[in-house]
Design a protein around this ligand. Structure first.
Ligand code: BG6
Length: 451
């Protein structure tokens, strides 16, 4: 059966930077069937040729390593429809314009999901259709519930794909192998042996022209509520029966249910916003002076939360999640800090306890341990055991699109997970909106808000 993509938001940053390049890779590797069509829908008054010109530039910029003829093959399949994605008549025309079972991809700002899904529910979807929704899944828990309800009106849960591309990152998938295909880690993967877990996504990038979306989202909704909570879920979940669509999302949902927001948001959360500064030799203006930013929204560009997981395995272990834009150094990693050994049969200062670093960028796993020193064999020295993996053939979005085409929702976020993730952050969002936690400023290029 031919599959056709209908990309709502076909001229957006996500489509140009990630979706089209990944689709070109799938064409190139033969995963995307030859007859597949791609229809992009957006507001711009363009025709097919203008769209193909825009798409070609995006492919050159973001999939320049592929041979030109594979760009051409994708471009030959692209068509464009000018329309309003929240309008049932335009959506009906879009669905009528493609053959085969459509994959409707909402590559849109989260604030447009509800009106778009309302219009789609009105139009109705053909048998075999799938719908893909980007993150953040709505604006809050009530919105996520409404989105789930709208989706379930015309589709079974197996036909819904809620995207979180962090799940398709190599190191994140490697956490599954590390934890569940080895004897050595799982017995110590609990509160008896683990002191704390840090989940960090520090970015050097600033707003990158995305104010239209980002200023209405902020760091907590953009990264922490979805990507970082998914990392927490993968690290903290119980072993799944199988790495498949019926077990993996269910085990992640279980552990998300056990996550508690900070008891006191004033001590358990940090909220920051960058001011002018230099990052990697580039000058960035104050966040509030970026085009399209409304200072009255008080949007944060840095968010930090300390959460607990209230179950037998993790009681008392803090999970600290942190993300920020325009920071001095980029870093994406999960750091598992173990407790000290119960007795140290060596003289001298106690060494640092073991630390396991699961780095997402670059993909690597490093275990910091204490070994006998090279000089005096009774002295201890720190050694790092590192595994660096060759990159996957497909980038995260490519892998997700392949799973989607195969109808496999193992790496999709389930309806329950989406709503639970909002439950966790909602008290924080409410306290921040009420001004209970100050918005701290940090210069672009710094290490973030002090403390
Ligand atoms: C996106 C966020 O989901 O993830 C961006 O919207 C962020 O703000 C990006 O920069 C980070 O993902 P990656 O894969 O580039 O590390």
């Amino acid at each position: 059966m031919t599959r056709s993509f209908v990309v709502l938001g076909g001229t957006g940053d996500l489509t140009g930077r990630l979706l089209l390049p990944s689709l070109a890779r799938l064409y190139d590797s033969g995963v995307l069937p030859e007859g597949s069509q791609l229809l992009a829908v957006a507001r711009e008054e363009w025709d097919d040729d203008a769209y193909r010109g825009w798409a070609r530039d995006r492919l050159v910029a973001h999939a320049g390593d592929l041979p030109a003829d594979s760009h051409d093959r994708l471009l030959g399949r692209l068509r464009y429809l000018q329309g309003d994605v929240t309008d049932a008549t335009d959506l009906r025309a879009a669905l009528a314009g493609v053959d085969g079972e459509p994959v409707v991809y909402l590559a849109l700002p989260h604030t447009l999901f509800r009106p778009t899904l309302t219009a789609l529910a009105e139009v109705g979807l053909p048998e075999g259709a799938r719908v893909v929704v980007e993150k953040p899944f709505g604006t809050d828990r009530a919105d996520a519930r409404a989105l789930n309800e709208l989706l379930h009106r015309s589709l079974p849960e197996e036909a819904v794909f809620r995207v979180d591309h962090f799940l398709a990152k190599q190191t994140v998938l490697n956490v599954l192998g590390l934890r569940f295909a080895n004897r050595v880690f799982e017995p110590i993967w609990n509160a008896t042996h683990v002191e704390r877990v840090d989940i960090v996504a520090d970015e050097t990038l600033g707003l990158e022209g995305r104010a239209g979306y980002y200023d209405r989202a902020g760091a907590l909704r953009d990264m922490l509520q979805n990507h970082l909570l998914q990392l927490l879920a993968i690290v903290a979940m119980e072993p799944p029966l199988a790495v498949d669509a019926s077990s993996l999302p269910a085990r992640k949902a279980d552990v998300l249910r056990a996550v508690r927001p900070p008891a006191d948001v004033r001590t358990g959360s940090v909220r920051g916003r960058y001011t002018a500064g230099t990052v990697d030799g580039r000058s960035l203006p104050d966040y509030v002076d970026e085009d399209g930013v409304d200072p009255a929204r008080g949007t944060e560009t840095y968010a930090e939360l300390t959460l607990t997981v209230e179950n037998w395995r993790w009681a008392g272990v803090p999970f600290r999640l942190r993300t920020g834009k325009a920071l001095g150094a980029g870093r994406q990693e999960i750091v598992v800090r173990f407790r000290p050994v119960p007795h140290l049969p060596f003289l001298g200062a106690a060494p640092e306890p073991d630390v396991l670093r699961l780095s997402l960028s670059p993909d690597a796993i490093a275990l910091e341990v204490n070994l006998n020193g090279a000089g005096d064999p009774f002295d201890l020295e720190r050694q790092v055991l590192t595994a660096r993996m060759a990159p996957h053939d497909l980038p995260a979005y490519g892998l997700l699109l392949r799973e989607l085409l195969e109808g496999d929702t193992t790496l999709s976020i389930s309806d329950v997970e989406a709503e639970e993730s909002w439950r966790i952050v909602e008290p924080v969002l409410a306290a921040w909106a009420a001004g209970e936690v100050p918005l701290q400023e940090y210069p672009a290029g710094s290490a973030g808000p002090a403390g």
